[in-house]
Design a protein around this ligand. Sequence first.
Ligand SMILES: Nc1ncnc2c1ncn2[C@@H]1O[C@H](COP(=O)(O)OP(=O)(O)O)[C@@H](O)[C@H]1O
Ligand SMILES: [Mg+2]
Length: 478
Amino acid sequence: MSEKDHIIDTEETEVEKVSDVEVEETKKDKEDEYEKVCFICHRPESVAGKMIDLPNHISVCPDCMQKSFDTMMNGQVDFSQLMNMPGVQIFNMSDLENAVPKKQKIKKKKEKEERKPVLDIKDIPAPHKIKAKLDDFVVGQEHAKKVMSVAVYNHYKRVATDTMDDIEIEKSNMLMIGPTGCGKTYLVKTLAKLLDVPLAITDATSLTEAGYIGDDIESVVSKLLAAADNDVEKAEQGIIFIDEIDKIAKKKNTNQRDVSGESVQQGMLKLLEGSEVEVPVGANSKNAMVPLTTVNTRNILFICGGAFPDLEGIIKERLTKQATIGFNADLKDKYDKDEKILEKVTIEDLRNFGMIPEFLGRLPIIFTLQGLNEDMLVKILTEPKNAILKQYQKLLALDEVKLDFNEESLHAIAAKAMKKDTGARALRAIIEEFMLDIMYEIPKDDNIGQVTITKEYIEGTGGPVITLRGQEVARIEG
Ligand SMILES: Nc1ncnc2c1ncn2[C@@H]1O[C@H](COP(=O)(O)OP(=O)(O)O)[C@@H](O)[C@H]1O
Ligand SMILES: [Mg+2]
């Protein structure tokens, strides 16, 4: 090796050293955001008290430290001899360093001075502004959007003020009733995104009474904590959406213990109302190896949603019974063709469906969503900010091809989707099916300047209209 080489060599190692230190420092900064966790009992610092730092980033809480000393002082073990015994391995402290993985650590509460509420009362937009934002994404469902905007506004006002003139404002937990694919989940997701609060979505069917196979009810809070990056404070202002709530209706005529129906409703009462819940951090079940933390659900907004398939029948029955008694006797089939029958739902109907009164009492805001009709589906295709057709148009625009849908074709897509009876959910599948060929064929030919999707193409009886860059129109048989 020549002398020159040697010099370069040492320079390189110098550089490496510097960057190593930097990496170490940023790592330390990151670590600082998280609470220390006791290496022995796994409790976080906020629970166990100030940690005692040992080398290699290991922390032990005062209780465990004391216990260790006590054991040593009682003198059953002679440590000096233990170390000298053959076969005893001196364990390597650095192996322990990562014993508590990051995802099980809790973010430290922020310092007082830089701590701002996640949603400042002045920052909560007025209901009409919340609704206007929802309008950008969600088609129709005017009533639902209005009710939700007001409820959310009141909820976060309550969170910010805690009380108002010593009268506690009732929690705005909601129950939304509407057929599949009409936008229940989508509304909640959009709302959480707009408000920038963490959101956890759970299926009620996966929940069981604690101790049975399935997720126990408190696991929803654990999910929310994960969605909030393990930041307890943020999680406590989040939203929990429990889907398929109609599936935990009380089962009729069974003698077996109802661990996934009525008892789940019972188990949820405390959560809905507000209670302190011990949740595992970074896992969805409690066991000895995961640290626990306490989350208060008082300010968490719970939204339950479900399709309640047989509810219409129950409402009809009630209305018909009322109508046929007494002087106002009415036609029996009067309500059979009523499309808005669901809007007439009452607490009593929901009780007849199998929801227990205590549960319903904790969901003071009950509203219905409409099933989507063909015109609404057309709007969903084209109008929202992130409308699915806009997405394809943008994709093809990158190839400098203009994608067009004529009015007839939009209705053809909507009509096809209506037949599947899954609301707006069917749209994406239908579009993806016929767009596949377009997305495959178009980039082959640089001369194509515009593609117009026609009704015939959707229905499989013809092809799209292709316009070449030279304005000539050619028809391709699909
Ligand atoms: N009213 C709506 N406006 C815009 N898009 C909608 C609407 N309803 C449904 N969608 C679309 O359909 C998809 C499925 O709807 P979703 O909210 O999951 O239905 P569900 O009511 O069964 O929860 C959503 O992701 C969204 O893209
Ligand atoms: Mg849903």
